[in-house]
Write a protein that binds this ligand. Structure first.
Ligand code: BDR
Ligand code: CA
Length: 330
């Protein structure tokens, strides 16, 4: 039997981060992946809050023993995305979940967790990064070459040929810390980028939330999925994220789909750079599409996703997660 993939999830929950984490936990419980650690970053909401949210979800599903990293330094003062994800980053549902089992005071830093895990398992760790890339960049700056020792670094990042979702040209994870995104792209690691061009097609509907949870609708997990989806549908409509289609954009879940169902995607080998200086274009991801040899390529870029099969896989794995965890509350 092939060994399970060793994964570190770097996240800033976030409604779509929450779906990505739940999907990953299902795959871990099914034996397809080993969750080495979760590392948290400031982004959608404050660093303290993303830490608490990740901890609450891990605790809910019986993963309190998974190491959880906290962001180094304090919260960044710049704008967050709480208008999309709720003040707590989870659709204002944090108070409906059990309290976080991890303690911020005693938690290791996300950077230390990343560095130690990669160094302990060279070429074995897959980093799934679905937040601003501050932690990854700090790890690379403090230990040059460390990201090259990861097996793969999978990013939800950038808006390449479509408009951004924070500015006309920038996607949130890159815009929040452009130098960090550029550091990761320039690191020489095996980088896979799944941009907004692809993820904005991933609209999780009310019918899907109902279908995923119908077998155990009164469990905390089912109620969380249904309520979070409802909240995220409302803010997506209010901020015109889905062009009027009612649904929850689950950008970050694309990274999990790529790792476990890669046949759902098409990719190109590209050279991708981040605008770190622009007055109007800060955080833009710039694709060098000129003809010529691709010797300077630094990433695989997702260009297409099979949405029907994406959602078929997600629903099956969420149903399995519910089935595997319904006696936890019995
Ligand atoms: C990305 O930005 C965040 O708001 C989401 O969680 C996702 O990681 C989408 O642009
Ligand atoms: Ca995110």
């Amino acid at each position: 039997m092939p060994t399970a993939a060793k994964i570190i999830l770097d996240t800033d929950p976030g409604g779509d981060d929450s779906v990505a984490l739940l999907w990953l936990l299902s795959l871990v419980q099914q034996g397809f992946a080993e969750l080495i650690a979760v590392t948290t970053a400031a982004g959608n909401v404050s660093a303290h809050r993303t830490f608490a949210s990740a901890s609450q979800l891990l605790g809910l599903l019986g993963f309190a023993a998974v190491p959880l990293g906290r962001s180094q330094g304090l919260d960044t003062p710049q704008a967050d995305a709480s208008h999309i994800h709720g003040a707590d980053g989870m659709g204002n549902l944090a108070q409906t979940l059990p309290p976080p089992p991890h303690s911020w005071q005693t938690a290791p830093t996300s950077v230390d967790l990343l560095v130690q895990a990669i160094a302990a398992h060279p070429q074995e760790i897959t980093i799934v990064a679905i937040a601003p890339f501050t932690n990854l960049a700090q790890a690379e700056q403090q230990h040059p070459g460390i990201l090259q020792q990861a097996r793969e670094v999978v990013l939800m990042a950038g808006a390449v040929q479509c408009p951004g979702n924070v500015t006309p040209t920038a996607e949130f994870n890159v815009w929040f810390d452009p130098p960090a995104a550029q550091t990761v792209l320039q690191s020489g690691a095996q980088v896979v980028v799944i941009p907004l061009d692809v993820t904005r097609r991933l609209i999780f509907t009310e019918a899907m939330a109902q279908a995923a949870t119908e077998a155990a609708p009164t469990t905390s997990l089912a109620e969380f999925i249904v309520s979070l989806s409802r909240f995220m549908r409302q803010t997506a409509l209010a901020y015109r994220e889905t062009s009027g289609t009612p649904g929850f954009l689950i950008h970050d879940a694309a990274t999990i789909a790529y790792l476990f169902y890669p046949e759902l995607f098409h990719f190109r080998r590209v050279n991708l750079q981040v605008e770190t200086l622009g007055q109007w274009t800060k955080g833009q991801t710039v694709l060098d599409d000129r003809h010529g040899p691709k010797a300077t390529a630094n990433a695989w870029l997702a260009t297409e996703v099979d949405t029907d099969n994406f959602f078929a896989c997600l629903l099956e794995d969420l149903k399995t997660l519910l089935a595997l965890n319904c006696d936890r509350e019995a």
